[in-house]
Design a protein around this ligand. Sequence first.
Ligand code: NAD
Length: 444
Amino acid sequence: MSQENLLAITPTQFVSWLKERQIRRFHLALNQDTGQVFASHEVLQPLADFINNDTRDFDTHEGLFFQISEKQETLQGAFVHRTCRGQAAGGVRYWSYATMEDYLRDGMRLAKGMTRKNALAGLWWGGGKGVMAHNPDQDKTDATLREDIYRDYGRLLSALRGCYVTAEDVGTHVVDMANVFSTTRFTTCIPAELGGSGNPSSPTARGVVSGMEAALEFAGLGTLEGKTVAVQGMGNVGAPLIGFLFEKGVSKVVAADINPSLAENLRASLEGCLSSDQELETRIVDVGDHSILAEECDIVAPCATGAILNPTTIAKIKARIVCGASNNQLEDAARDDAALFEAGIIYVPDFLTNRMGIVNCANEAYGYVNNDEFIERHLQRDWEHSVFKTTLQVLEGAKSAVLPPAQMAMKLADELSLQPHPVFGHRGVRIIDSLLNDRWFNHA
Ligand code: NAD
């Protein structure tokens, strides 16, 4: 099949195409000497050629590894971007894709995003992402289906010998992580009863608070005390965030959600915690209603969905600062980052403030201590890679370089991502080399 055709078919059609050729596992890997991506199988070279010619999402990814899951015929991928700082780490997404091109692009883009998030957090982990394509003919809520595909995903990771270590992501739940863990050691974010670190939402909310404090300091606006904050979403992150903000002395929070019961839960949890000069206003909105972003306030905190910062919403923002937990808040990374910058709105890049999810689980294998300094230091002011310090560094750097902050953060992250792990060096590429030498895909 030509390159165009292979890219245009659905992942499910691609699975059939692979099966006809009796290919169950394959890779598209970077030759470190030539800088060119090559396929494990001749017939798949058109996909490698597509990647070689791509300048949007491909950025010298070290290796992309795939399999068809044995029982449920799902296309499963492990996208390894960069492993200088350590094994590639990032969650596994279970999502629907219209075409193979969409699938490959999403995996490459997300893997590179993890390299940046991990490097900026000062973690000794590289960047990678897992992506499994949902077959629309299958009911993805079916427990047996999920058990099969996540166990098979673990088998893929075992076959990859640790060049990629997975975690939870969109479409993947904690019970799925237990299934991954049943077939591989190369996973984090497992349930607490199996030795995992548990729900990261509260630390994530604390990371957002740190980002807000740094942005206020950068703007010369003092502390959170007496400020008004608008929060979009009262879910896992939004709810604890609001509690922490009141603890910091904000005078008012206006919060919106589409789910009325969350507003009631939040009110109940804050009962008796607010002082007489503090106020919580909750609003129930329709999906697609982003009016909360246009609230008259000091800080807007998007903690619901992505792509909410776009020309329509940015034009209405009255706050000086945007700082929240949602992933991919900018609808168009370059355009909307620049638009916020030009409008004088201080945007704290999401991949900087919402790092605590990965920080909380990345080092699970090293055991647990109370008030773990390796977690707490991310939330303190002094550590060089803390959310506070990094946010200040990014905002100040952006100001002096006249560069929008997300661009500045990516520049800094890219530099950090090339630092070799202090103990293991660039071991990830050696793992990949070993896999290729041993023709890992034949051991399915
Ligand atoms: P969640 O699903 O628990 O909460 C999101 C809330 O947003 C839900 O209550 C939902 O009803 C609400 N919502 C949806 N559309 C809305 C709208 N138009 N207006 C107002 N509310 C709306 O998710 P979460 O775990 O709290 O995560 C929030 C965001 O932060 C997500 O984008 C997530 O990817 C990101 N994030 C979360 C973590 C974490 O530790 N949970 C870590 C990193 C990033």
